[in-house]
Ligand binder design. Structure first.
Ligand code: FA5
Length: 338
């Protein structure tokens, strides 16, 4: 009698195991049947008569073993179905060619430098290069800045044991250009310069400038303004708002500072323009007669203009970069945007 009940229970449980849709449903069947309060536990074999006890006990053990086997088989089926689904979605085609290294991109300063070089060569200018390790003579003396001149303090730099220095500006290339090519002369000289400078959002110790110089007969401030405006319109593709104020550099007379309306904040003030709304971009002026004379050019016959563009600052304005330190950070997340 009990044996029959156990067998019925076993077949019902086997059917439920077969019908279980997933692992959770299967677990529920296990609790219902084999759990401490499950259907098999209700058979209290101890209370039966001895001959019945033996038969019932045996049937109970057989049922338990059969069900446990069935649970295991069903569980394995679920696991292998899950694995198959995963493999279907995670396949890899090993015959595809490897993606290879990602294409690189030009640094924003290089992009602008190339554009300015193209513009000025189209206007008849030569692109010159000069050494980053300069002589004191080319960096200072030949530019009308003798040793005791206070203008040297404004461009504190890194001196080498042999008396040479890391150039503080691209202006020494003016001197080299005049020495080598003589007048008439139209040249630009982009390059890296160095200063012993406190670094902040708009100041680096290593940055880029682009020097420009034109020497000819009857060169005036009007020529200077024409070339500077042409340069800024080409870079910004619009007429940038600029202001010209007097500026002092020993190698020009008269000297000017050309500032551009800050394109990061548009005027109200930010950390790049030091809350002033203007960014100092391009000092310039007419070449001082002493500078022409030192390089063997007669100031009574020839005159010229020169400018020193802050190329790094120009890149910041054009691309809306609000911290100069990003440009030399080597951070690929930053560089990949250009
Ligand atoms: C000069 O270096 C002069 N040689 C420029 C010049 C050339 C004047 C020819 C007249 C004739 P200045 O020190 O102001 O000038 O620097 C020129 C530009 O470089 C600045 O307007 C600014 O845009 C940029 N600059 C200067 N210091 C830094 C710095 N620490 N970090 C980034 N940019 C700088």
């Amino acid at each position: 009698m009990v044996e029959e009940q156990i067998q019925q229970l076993q077949s019902a449980a086997l059917q439920r195991i077969e019908e279980a849709k997933d692992q959770a449903a299967l677990e529920q069947v296990r609790v219902d049947v084999l759990g401490r309060k499950g259907s098999l536990a209700q058979f209290n074999v101890g209370k039966l008569a001895p001959d019945e006890r033996k038969v019932a006990g045996k049937a109970l053990n057989t049922a338990k073993q059969t069900l446990e086997g069935a649970f295991e088989t069903r569980e394995r089926a679920f696991a292998s179905a899950a694995l198959n689904t995963r493999l279907k979605h995670e396949w890899l085609d090993l015959t595809l060619p490897a993606p290879g290294p990602r294409p690189g991109s030009l640094h924003p300063v290089t992009i602008i430098q190339n554009e300015i070089e193209d513009l000025f060569t189209s206007l008849g200018f030569t692109v010159l290069d000069g050494p980053e390790v300069e002589t004191e003579y080319h960096n200072f003396d030949a530019l009308n800045i003798p040793p005791e001149h206070p203008a040297r303090d404004m461009q504190d730099t890194f001196w080498l044991a042999n008396g040479h220095l890391l150039r503080t500006h691209t202006s020494p290339v003016q001197v080299r250009g005049m020495e080598k090519l003589g007048p008439p002369l139209r040249m630009i000289a982009p390059g890296r310069v160095f200063r012993n400078e406190e670094v902040d959002a708009s100041h680096e110790h290593t940055f880029y400038q682009l020097e420009g110089m034109m020497i000819d007969r009857n060169v005036s401030v009007a020529h200077l303004l024409y070339f500077m405006k042409t340069l800024l319109s080409a870079i910004f593709h619009l007429e940038a708002v600029v202001r010209l104020r007097p500026g002092y550099f020993p190698f020009v007379e008269p000297g000017f500072e050309l500032d551009i309306r800050c394109l990061i904040c548009g005027g109200p003030g930010c950390s790049v323009c030091k809350q002033s709304g203007w960014v100092e971009l391009m000092p310039c002026g007419l070449v001082h007669p002493n500078v022409l004379r030192v390089s063997g050019i007669d100031p009574d016959v020839w005159g010229g203009f020169a400018f020193g563009l802050g190329l790094t600052r120009l890149a910041m304005m054009r691309y809306g970069i609000d911290d100069i330190r990003l440009l030399a950070s080597g951070d690929l997340r930053f560089l990949r945007q250009f």
